[in-house]
Design a protein around this ligand. Sequence first.
Ligand code: PMP
Length: 442
Amino acid sequence: MNDQSKRVNDDLAAYWMPFTPNKDFKANPRILESADGLYYKTSDGRQVIDGSSGLWCCALGHNHPKVVEAIREQAGVLDYSTAFAFGHKGAFELANMLRDTMPGSLDHFFFTNSGSESVDTALKIAIGYHRLRGEGQRTRLIGRVGGYHGVGFGGISVGGMVNNRKFFGSLLPGVDHLPFPYNPDTMSMSRGQPEGGMHLADELENIIGLHDPSTIAAVIVEPAAGSCGVYIPPKGYLERLREITKKHGILLIFDEVITAFGRLGYASASERFGIEPDLMTTAKAINNGAVPMGAVAVQKEIYDTFMDETKAGVELFHGYTYSAHPLAVAAAIATQKAFKEEGVYENVRALSGYFEDMVHDLASADTVTDARNLGFMSAITFAHKDGTPMKRAGEIFQRSYENGLKVRMSGDHIAIAPPLNISKSDIDKIGEIMRKTINEVG
Ligand code: PMP
């Protein structure tokens, strides 16, 4: 059909933007034209620091030469390899690299194309695992208030962000939610892990107590929550979740879509906190965001259960046409090598104190009500303006972009999460632009 009368006649209307009101965007389009290292170049020719690593994914900054070259080379050798019943060498190489990177017995990797797909994959594996072991009644799932686990039906069911759920019907049955892992009265302005929140994990026992524990398949949490505003787990919290889940035979899934691959200065939050989940979901920085990709890391025992012929396993009836896509894999291998060759995680560890000071210096402004951080992830919450939580954070977001810094904004906070190979002087630049912006917005 080529009926012009039915066509939208506005160049910024036909693309239905994700999580973005088109109308607002049209009034104030932010078009990114090219990128290099720490910077984006905008369509009006300005250089803007990428203070949010794209959407938490460009860990090495943009257009990293090793990643670009790997994709370019792969595209001319094997563009697509047929995901089911066929393989390609890179997929096995990458899985082996990840096995050597991830803690303990998280040693099998299922490839997906996004964080949302990783989450739904992990939830399905958890339920399938119990069934294969003769515990088919274990189908209930436990997520957390404020949790973000992508936008698939599984992910929004266990997720706890109201707007992402409320339009979409009754979702998965049999889901409960842990309380929000933070108490602003006692934990605000904490540097790193707050104290005194263990009882928030004890709530898991209360939820389990409402059910027969043998009906619960898995608990899923972000070990450090990202999208709802960077909430770092209180000391002892994750340990307690691990203890309780183990006691009741419930699988623990860490959603590490943001935290895996260096954000906290380690290959995973699991390594950072010394707690091993049964499954771990990843995406984003796995290949520097250059081609869509995710991976689910699975403990050996779970994989072996699926492959055990005596349990009628052998096959997982699940997969994507683009699982382990050769271009995504090539980018991932190059990214994982660069993390090591360039000491990227070490850089985060070395500069996280400096980054923390920058964030908390900003938090001394009168309009800031809270600041939270660990590694290279941080958020600053602003006081409401004109009665709305969105107003001031929205103004900060827009004004900092005009001043040469792109940050992430959601509700009443902005998140700052720069590329992991950033230098001290670039952290200073972020601090200067934010300080100026906070003063200007008032
Ligand atoms: N889980 C977590 C913890 C995330 O932060 C995100 C994305 N921000 C997702 C899942 C979903 O990832 P994607 O947008 O790639 O589907």
